[in-house]
Design a binder for this molecule. Structure first.
Ligand code: RP5
Length: 163
């Protein structure tokens, strides 16, 4: 399976959130790699990772970070690939700091910004699938199957007291 998505995060402590991205990509059959790449602890690694991403065959980067979350924006500054940012829920400010750090990019270098935490981690994978689905029919099919399945689960269990 070709690796098409790079999933990076600022710290191994982000894995509890970003594992949901990896799990969703896995469910959709999308080849991906997972790395800790810190914008402030390993800035040279971040530059190398983002600058070489296209040549290595990546097509989307998903970056999760918390606090002063500059990882997605810095990655986006070093590649023309789409970069999707996942704000990790921080302990002090519940991830609002992460969200604002990622979403408020000045005009010129966008980062697609998802919701804080698990929902954003899952949706980043689904959004990456929607992008890749424009090029790979099997990815679009997998995404449509995923959505149909969650629709079926809701319709099959209309009474929450009987779950
Ligand atoms: C950020 O700082 C990481 O993305 C993480 O969310 C946060 C805390 O990192 P650790 O102190 O847990 O390594 O760079």
């Amino acid at each position: 399976m070709s690796i098409r998505v790079g999933v990076i995060m600022g710290s191994k402590s982000d894995w509890a959130t970003m594992c949901h991205t990896a799990e969703t990509l896995q469910t959709l059959g999308i080849g991906h790699e997972v790395r800790v790449v810190s914008a402030h602890r390993t800035p040279d690694l971040l530059f190398d990772y983002a600058a070489s991403a296209i040549d290595r065959g990546l097509e989307v980067i998903i970056a999760g970070a918390g606090g002063a979350a500059h990882l997605p924006g810095m990655a986006a500054a070093k590649t023309s690939l789409p970069v999707l940012g996942v704000p990790v829920q921080s302990s002090m400010l519940s991830g609002v700091d992460s969200l604002l750090s990622i979403v408020q990019m000045p005009a010129g270098i966008p980062t697609g910004t998802l919701a804080i935490g698990r929902a954003g981690a899952i949706n980043a994978a689904l959004l990456a699938a929607a992008m890749l689905g424009n090029k790979y029919p099997e990815v679009r099919e997998a995404l449509e199957h995923y959505r149909a399945e969650q629709t079926r689960q809701v319709l099959d269990q209309p009474n929450p007291s009987q779950l």
